[in-house]
Design a protein around this ligand. Structure first.
Ligand code: SF4
Ligand code: SF4
Ligand code: FES
Length: 258
């Protein structure tokens, strides 16, 4: 049986309670994971009472309100606030999602917010994605052509071939899928995970790319690709409605034919 030795500070403690000061009747309790690397303390769960009558609809609006009005030290990533940059990915109510897309009105009762699971935490809700970015870099996510004949040349693509990229090009590398994949949790250093494999597939089937064979060789590895056991958590968690599990199975089929 596998045994896990958790570090001494792994116990998550009860943290501070920030009571509402507005007297509003429309209060929601928000429980947020907090950890500060500069303090030699265990992680804790702080609870904030938030007046949601004066708050936008999304979970990110709640976080912004807490940061602006209650605790400026709360740390999380965000940028576009429109589901485009992928930076606000976190675990809300047990599901990995984009906090700028997730409506808090859909959540009954308290809202529990944690960083993306099974990653090192940098601070509060900010998880360390450097391994995933290194893996992304390893699949060389850019168009590769053997010889550029002229700087002015356009590389045309038929409508049918362009259509093959639908359901793939929309991926914003938020990592919700990879961090919900059990295979990636346990073997994330070697297995590329659904986000990176979907991206690999996106470049492999791009009709303009001339290094399909080489790309397939790079991902067609026992550990990098075949760590996927078709558990489907990835597809269920994608906030953009994409299907990384299907992309992985298409990669496997392509390799089987080659
Ligand atoms: S496939 Fe979906 S969940 Fe995975 S990185 Fe792309 S957008 Fe995020
Ligand atoms: S289908 Fe594959 S990639 Fe997706 S969650 Fe399952 S094991 Fe992970
Ligand atoms: S802030 Fe950009 S996707 Fe949420």
């Amino acid at each position: 049986m596998v045994q896990f030795n958790l570090p001494k500070n792994s116990k998550v403690l009860k943290g501070s309670y920030f009571k509402d000061t507005t007297g509003s009747k429309n209060i929601k309790k928000i429980n947020i994971y907090r950890w500060n690397p500069d303090k030699n303390e265990n992680p804790k769960i702080d609870t904030f009472e938030v007046d949601i009558t004066k708050c936008g609809n999304k979970v990110l609006d709640i976080l912004n309100k807490i940061k602006n009005e209650i605790d400026p030290s709360l740390t999380y990533r965000r940028s576009c606030a429109h589901g485009v940059c992928g930076s606000c990915a976190m675990n809300v109510d047990g599901i990995n999602t984009l906090s700028c897309m997730k409506s808090h009105k859909d959540i009954n009762g308290d809202i529990n917010i944690y960083p993306l699971p099974h990653l090192k935490v940098i601070k509060d809700l900010v998880a360390d994605l450097s391994t995933l970015y290194r893996q992304y870099e390893s699949i060389e996510p850019w168009l590769k052509i053997k010889e550029i004949k002229s700087k002015k040349i356009e590389i045309n693509q038929s409508k049918q071939n362009r259509k093959k990229l639908d359901g793939l090009y929309e991926c914003i590398m938020c990592a919700c899928c990879s961090t919900s994949c059990p295979s990636y949790w346990w073997n994330g250093e070697k297995y590329l995970g659904p986000a990176v494999l979907l991206q690999a597939y996106r470049w492999i089937i791009d009709s303009r790319d001339e290094e399909r064979k080489e790309r397939l060789k790079v991902v067609g590895d026992k550990l990098k690709l075949y760590g996927c056991h078709t558990i489907m958590n990835c597809t269920n968690s994608c906030p953009k409605g994409l299907n990384p599990a299907k992309a992985i199975s298409s990669l496997k089929k392509m390799l089987a034919k080659n």
